[in-house]
Design a binder for this molecule. Structure first.
Ligand code: NAD
Ligand code: TYD
Length: 379
């Protein structure tokens, strides 16, 4: 596709990295629901603690079997040039959707090494493979789409302007610094080698299949179990929340219509201080699963209201104050906009966690690793 073109791209053979994680698995579900998607998906995931093939059980049953073969899974590290190159050749990949990353800020504070390896070296490895197989061979109709975060832009004060696509990068945590570095590499491959790329920087996602270490699933699960809801600092830090399916729709739009070389900001237009998010979770939970009916909370615990579980704890070091993203560009240029309100998204998310206790227990106990060996041992 030409520079700046808005012709619709056909997606034939997609390499989705990190497809067993939260957003990647939601994206694969989303893709196979689209009637106009006729291509195949090769999901490459290292299956770290955050990767869970149980998220894709239905997809594998439907599209991963002989006769229907449009979904493939390979357990591999994006830093492993040889294996990824072999997959690239075997499947004649024409589109890379790069989700794979270490993604949790708190973990990056405790141990940044994996963030540097996966987020920077992993992205560099994928870029080198695409350079060798697409650029050096003069391939056309190809695209490298890089999934990034609004955290690369730094932190805003209460009355500061939004993050725009041209806001200078100012990352603060090892996580956001590693993502910023990968974004720069992706842009550099476009400018230097002409690699057709698009990049999207998204705000905080929530929804089904999110590993319960991030704010929203952690609070839902703790509340259901009658455990404390730990809020960092005074709870006034602000995030912009987007329902994961809206993010998936935005990515699908960029893959088909995005202008090569461009960055698109994606956001929920839904800024909330953390304390409000947690209070809304408590309120919604009371509606969907009243304390009186909660079989995990004993009457002797003397909890009248989920809000009673809120507790303020020591702040995260270097805690970014506020993220707020302007997504006018993707709205005006490509016609995408967030479609699911926070109330609706939160309700769907809480209901999903209430309905999927087994998934939660497996994730928490590490049982899902055994499940992988049992079901995918031969791959
Ligand atoms: P996640 O942690 O749930 O999933 C990451 C996936 O990548 C896991 O399946 C993991 O096994 C895999 N992975 C990790 N290291 C790997 C490696 N070396 N090789 C292959 N696979 C590896 O993360 P997520 O929340 O789904 O985020 C996906 C992407 O979206 C990330 O790039 C993240 O920076 C970005 N993002 C996330 C959010 C959010 O709110 N979650 C917001 C904006 C952007
Ligand atoms: P998180 O979900 O880790 O996403 P990010 O740090 O990438 O924005 O955290 C969202 C916000 O919630 C952030 O301001 C930190 C805060 N937070 C808490 O107050 N308590 C918690 O237990 C967690 C995990 C996060």
């Amino acid at each position: 596709m030409e520079e700046g073109s808005r012709e619709r791209r056909t997606l034939r053979s997609l390499l989705v990295t990190g497809g067993a994680g939260f957003i990647g698995s939601n994206f694969i579900h989303y893709l196979f629901k689209q009637g106009d998607f006729k291509g195949k998906v090769v999901n490459v995931d290292k299956l770290t603690y955050a990767g869970n093939l149980e998220n894709l059980e239905e997809i594998d049953k439907t599209y991963g079997q002989e006769g229907q073969k449009r979904y493939f899974f390979r357990q591999a590290d994006v830093c492993d040039f040889k294996t990824i190159e072999e997959i690239f050749i075997q499947h004649d990949i024409d589109t890379v959707v790069h989700f794979a990353a270490e993604s949790h800020v708190d973990r990056s504070i405790h141990g940044p090494t994996d963030f540097i390896l996966t987020n920077i070296i992993g992205t560099f490895t994928l870029l080198e493979i695409t350079r060798k197989h697409w650029i050096d061979k003069g391939r056309s109709g190809v695209l490298f789409h890089h999934i990034s975060t609004d955290e690369v832009y730094g932190s805003l004060e209460k009355d500061d302007e939004y993050f725009y696509e041209n806001t200078p990068y100012d990352p603060h945590s090892p996580y956001s610094a590693s993502k910023a570095s990968s974004d720069h590499l992706v842009n550099a491959y476009h400018h230097t080698y002409g690699l057709p790329i698009t990049l999207s920087n998204c705000s905080n996602n929530y929804g089904p299949y999110q590993f319960p270490e991030k704010l929203i699933p952690l609070m839902i699960l703790n509340a259901v179990d009658g455990k404390k809801l730990p809020i960092y600092g005074d709870g006034m830090n602000v995030r912009d929340w987007l329902y994961v399916e809206d993010h998936c729709a935005a990515i699908y739009t960029v893959l088909r219509y995005g202008r090569t070389g461009e960055t698109y900001n994606i956001g929920g237009e839904n800024e909330q201080p953390n304390i409000n998010v947690v209070r809304k979770i408590c309120e919604t939970l009371e509606e969907l699963y009243p304390i009186a009916a909660n079989r995990f909370i004993q009457p002797s615990a003397n909890i009248q209201n989920y809000n009673d579980l809120i507790t303020f704890v020591k702040d995260r070091p270097g805690h970014d104050w506020r993220y707020a993203i302007n997504c006018d560009k993707i709205k005006e240029e490509l016609g995408w906009k967030p479609s699911i309100s926070f109330e609706e998204g939160l309700k769907k998310t809480i209901q999903w966690y209430l309905d999927n206790r087994q998934w939660i227990d497996n994730v928490r106990s590490g049982e899902y690793k055994k499940w992988i060996e049992k079901n995918y041992g031969e791959r």
